[in-house]
Design a protein around this ligand. Sequence first.
Ligand SMILES: C[S@@+](CC[C@H](N)C(=O)[O-])C[C@H]1O[C@@H](n2cnc3c(N)ncnc32)[C@H](O)[C@@H]1O
Length: 203
Amino acid sequence: MDTALLPVPLAPEISLHLADGKVGLFDGTGGAFSSDVPPPFWQFVWAGGQALARYVLDHPELVRDRSVLDVASGSGVAAIAAARAGATRVTALDVDPLAVAAVARNAAANRVAVDTRAADVADLDLTAEVILAGDVFYTRTVADRMTSRLRRAHREGARILVGDPGRGYFPERLFTQVAEYVVPVPAALVTGVWEMRATIRSS
Ligand SMILES: C[S@@+](CC[C@H](N)C(=O)[O-])C[C@H]1O[C@@H](n2cnc3c(N)ncnc32)[C@H](O)[C@@H]1O
């Protein structure tokens, strides 16, 4: 699939190398969504990532002078928003090496510095003062892995913000909603930004 440098609909301050807006992920990959090769999630900017980017850009005090880690970064939209908002150090992590390359390219296009790391979130050996995760609760396996790692980082003191448009595996009981946006992905999606609650006892 070809990409073009396009503004993010909900955060037009940021432009990303994205698939032409007329194709969906399934059509654009010729149905390869079910193959062993990871689909090019990074060619799309997901509702959760857009909402998170908007929230960070509108509330720069959340990340200003802080270290930020964007897990499952995809195109890097939330990481780039954090860098623009004044984070001291931003790292973007994704299991897909092609996504990590896309983040580097997109960060350069937006003239911001973002460190990249190709790794599974379960093997994450670094933390940050603020951790962002956009649209990571779309399958049981991915959601469980993300939830477990985010809870550990939260226990260790990180502030956790996620963007989620009501995906089936979002563990809402662990979070408090802090914002809601109508995100113009092909069909508009109402998408919340949520912060992990402070009072969690069991793991
Ligand atoms: C739906 S996309 C969201 C991308 C971006 N955060 C956004 O909102 O636009 C999910 C991303 O999670 C990544 N991912 C899936 N499982 C992962 C894991 N175990 N560790 C790290 N990244 C993972 C995928 O490669 C993909 O880039």
